[in-house]
Design a protein around this ligand. Structure first.
Ligand code: SF4
Ligand code: SF4
Length: 378
């Protein structure tokens, strides 16, 4: 496993980190044995960074790690969690949440701890309840080794907030699609200027950059038939000099092994490969996908709409242009209540979306496009 020495931590870190929000699921819960096997395989191959959060897997991810990771010596892995800032509404909430998290994770300390999913609005909560001072105090007490935040807003907000305090690291959504399309480049450069290591989330954009229509896949496959499409996205991010750990939410052994292969004897993207990626980005610009990463922060919808499910079907359709598969996935494999047409426009999901998608509007558009598409498919 490729590792990188990060001066700020005085440690070498694995380039690949395990994002603990997409474990295999059985009967609506984390499939314990299958997920435990994944963790063991990762750890035994040098992937010893585990990134969880209060809300992952309906608040089960921390508990799961708290059962599995103690099988290893505590100082042989890095454990990261995050404060759900949106749950802090009164003095004392942060303390209570943090203590719960230590208990759930069955640990005395977190190696890395973040203020989770900050935006301009949530930064008001951070300031109001002095959450920076809170995590700094926990660091001084030895309960956190490194403090940071994850972020989804504009570069202007990032600049202001990142410079207002001293941070050990910041976690950003960086991938070759967001780079120019959603201004990830400017945000990456802001951290570089401030000399803050950048941890990367969504390098494959929730799987969006893991498969394409055959004509786009062909660019990649002609150049290197052995490499997976996802490996291009991971290598691209890893080639940026200020990226430290790159998180991937791996759901099965095939993905995990493919990522381990990518990060073993890691090869930076060369100029010819960059040109191929540029042409894929051009193709993606034409299809205008919904920028959903499948994070599920918007769920559950009280009316039963499967918001990320609808967006996934739609984006797959835009990439593959296969109307038969799209309409089958949408009308046959989703219940009517899960489809976009059942959105009641209550608006509850909108502020929860880190990608700032106008969810009801997109659902309405997609539903009407799917109905039209259905008529074209025999
Ligand atoms: S706006 Fe639509 S999708 Fe969002 S929570 Fe309300 S009903 Fe569900
Ligand atoms: S719509 Fe937004 S919150 Fe919901 S899964 Fe997609 S990116 Fe996440």
């Amino acid at each position: 496993m490729d590792r990188k020495y990060i001066e700020q931590f005085g440690k070498s870190m694995p380039r690949l980190g395990y994002g603990c929000m997409r474990f295999p699921v059985k009967d609506g819960k984390i499939d314990f044995e299958a997920s435990r096997e994944l963790i063991h395989h990762a750890y035994n191959n040098g992937v010893n960074y585990f990134d969880t959060a209060y809300n992952y897997h309906n608040e089960e991810s921390e508990i799961f790690l708290g059962k599995v990771l103690p099988e290893y010596k505590r100082d042989t892995y890095f454990l990261t969690s995050k404060l759900p800032v949106w749950k802090v509404t009164e003095e004392g909430d942060a303390e209570e949440l943090f203590n719960q998290q230590l208990k759930k994770c069955n640990t005395e300390y977190f190696d890395f701890y973040l203020l989770h999913s900050l935006r301009e609005r949530s930064i008001e909560t951070v300031e109001k309840f002095k959450l920076y001072d809170f995590i700094l105090k926990k660091k001084q007490e030895g309960k956190i080794k490194n403090i940071g935040f994850s972020f989804h807003d504009s570069n202007e907000v990032l600049k202001k907030f990142a410079s207002a305090h001293k941070w050990d690291f910041v976690q950003l959504q960086i991938n070759y699609w967001d780079w120019e399309e959603y201004d990830a480049k400017s945000m990456y450069e802001t951290l570089e200027k401030l000399n803050i290591p950048c941890f990367v989330m969504e390098p494959v954009r929730g799987g969006f950059l893991a498969s394409f229509a055959p004509h786009a896949m062909k660019h990649f496959k002609d150049y290197n038939p052995q490499s997976s499409v996802a490996s291009w996205a991971l290598r691209w991010v890893a080639s940026l000099p200020n990226t430290a750990v790159i998180l991937s939410g791996m759901s099965n052994m095939e993905q995990l092994q493919d990522n381990i292969n990518t990060f073993t004897d890691l090869k930076p993207i060369n100029d010819d490969e960059q040109k191929i990626i540029d042409s894929v980005v051009e193709d993606l610009r034409k299809i205008k996908p919904v920028p959903c990463t499948g994070c599920r922060y918007c769920m559950d919808c009280q009316y039963g709409v499967d918001i990320p499910g609808v967006f996934e079907v739609y984006n797959d359709y835009k990439k593959s242009e296969n109307a038969a598969i799209a309409t089958r996935s949408y009308f046959m494999f989703m219940d009517e209540k899960e489809q976009g047409g059942n959105c009641q426009k209550c608006g509850e999901c909108i502020p929860k979306c880190p990608q700032q998608i106008d969810i009801p509007h997109e659902l309405e558009q997609i539903h009407s496009e799917m109905l039209q598409l259905k008529d074209t498919v025999k």
